[in-house]
Design a protein around this ligand. Sequence first.
Ligand code: FES
Length: 103
Amino acid sequence: MVIINFKTKDGQVISTEGRKGSLMELARDNNVKGIDGDCGGVCSCATCHIYVAPEDTDKFPTASDIEKDMLEFEDNTTEHSRLACQLEINESLNNITLTVANE
Ligand code: FES
């Protein structure tokens, strides 16, 4: 099991445990506020927008052009933005804390 923490807009930190699947599915299944996953994970809604801390950036593959295009539609996109549906749970993420971008 891998522990993934999600910090929501209201400052709560929700600890979740996952084995496989995407970070969006993990957050959605644990009712993390601000992660809705409206498109089901096909990279067409951006309701799974998260920020990855600079020191954790290397733990993820670089964003695809489709992911970058989707993030361009968001008002609050930064260089640390990612779409959680495009990121898979893996062992290297154990104990990571991700910040949810939306309320
Ligand atoms: S769930 Fe829709 S873009 Fe991630």
